[in-house]
Design a binder for this molecule. Structure first.
Ligand SMILES: C[S@@+](CC[C@H](N)C(=O)[O-])C[C@H]1O[C@@H](n2cnc3c(N)ncnc32)[C@H](O)[C@@H]1O
Length: 349
């Protein structure tokens, strides 16, 4: 027994986890890979609140797509637990495997859960990197959930194939990720703002606008070696559909929706994203420019942001972010073909 109470014994059906080494109650499937920014500062940078309802939203969304909850839920990239806490409370799965590539993040989440007196009997923690999914047994989980994590993975199509192998029939992967069209619009607007010397911005703020433009351009490019970068990609629904299809999964894309949206709304019309406001918040929190610079750059960008918003009126574009739901059919023809097995007798569906 080398971990805190409640962490030594695997929940039912989790025995395969015990094949991996463990330290202080955390299963070590991968090597520790620290985040490129200080893990302890993460919550304050993004103003993360305990009241965030992403976890409840994830569970509602999984219910809505009729995900089979009989197996465990795997979370990758839990970070400081923005989705994890709600997920562990709301999920009706037998147990949950909460993971991150960084042990520091796992420690933060575990402490938060213990301080809040949450029941950890169903929860296991592990260090797990995207490239090591094949170390887990096939068809071992019912759902894989990721909030703002897949854009950190180097080989996304390869990751989707490995994740599909892990899913039980009737299971689903859900992820919330940044999308190309909206981010490219932000980049183009930032470039125009940076080049305009008559818009009243200080030189430092024009440099910040240029940094945003360069960052958006770099995220979108696919011709660079990103192996050492933290954030790597932006996503396009048609490309995700192709990769998902190749892995034998079925994709549903929900544009400009966040997991939190589903905490209260299960069906029907989704709220619209306010493009100028998203632009300002991105400068403030994601680029970390602070409220004053964010407000000034956003003000200089307002006519162009409004132009984009008007041009997209009546559509759900530009896609700034979105939820990708990848479902594995109950009976996977794809896997049957791959294994060479005969179709079972009976009517086809
Ligand atoms: C933007 S943070 C999101 C954290 C959390 N899910 C949230 O919503 O706040 C990205 C997370 O992915 C993790 N991560 C980065 N690269 C990873 C990889 N290759 N494999 C697994 N996790 C990774 C990071 O350690 C970090 O916790």
């Amino acid at each position: 027994m080398n971990g805190p109470a409640g962490f030594e014994k695997a929940p039912d059906g989790a025995a395969w986890l015990d094949g991996f080494p463990a330290k202080d109650g955390v299963t070590l499937i991968s090597e520790n890979r620290p985040f490129q920014h200080n893990e302890a500062d993460y919550d304050s940078q993004y103003y993360n609140q305990d009241s965030n309802e992403s976890g409840t939203g994830i569970v509602n969304l999984l219910r809505q797509v009729k995900c089979d909850f009989r197996g465990p839920i795997l979370e990758l990239g839990c970070g400081t637990g923005v989705a994890t806490l709600g997920l562990c409370k709301a999920a009706e799965s037998p147990w949950l495997l909460i993971t991150d590539a960084s042990t520091a993040f796992i420690e933060i989440v575990r402490k938060k859960m213990m301080h809040r007196g949450m029941d950890l009997g169903r929860v296991r923690f592990a260090v797990l990197s995207d490239a090591d999914l094949d170390r887990l047994p096939p068809q071992s989980v019912s759902a894989i959930v990721l909030r703002s994590v897949v854009h950190h993975f180097l080989d996304v199509p390869g990751w989707i194939r490995s994740a599909a192998r892990l899913l039980r029939p009737g299971g689903a992967i859900v992820c919330e990720e940044p999308c190309a069209s909206g981010y490219l619009n932000m980049g183009l607007i930032a470039q125009a703002v940076a080049e305009n010397e008559a818009n009243g911005l200080w030189a430092e703020q024009r440099a910040q606008a240029r940094l945003l433009a360069d960052t958006m351009k770099a995220y979108n490019r696919r011709d660079m070696d990103k192996s050492q970068w933290e954030d790597k990609h932006l996503f396009r629904p048609e490309e995700m559909a192709e990769w998902t299809d190749a892995a034998g999964l079925h994709l549903t894309f929900i544009p400009n929706a966040a997991f939190e949206t589903f905490a209260t709304r299960h069906e029907g019309e989704l709220p619209k994203t306010d493009f100028p406001e998203f632009f300002r918040n991105y400068l403030h929190y994601c680029m970390n420019f602070g409220p004053e610079s964010a407000a000034r750059i956003a003000q200089a960008a307002l006519p162009l942001c409004r132009w984009v918003a008007e041009a997209c009126a009546g559509t759900r574009e530009p896609h700034l972010m979105g939820i990708f739901v990848m479902r594995k059919p109950q009976e996977s023809v794809f896997e049957r073909k791959r294994s060479g097995a005969q179709a079972p007798p009976g009517p086809s569906h």
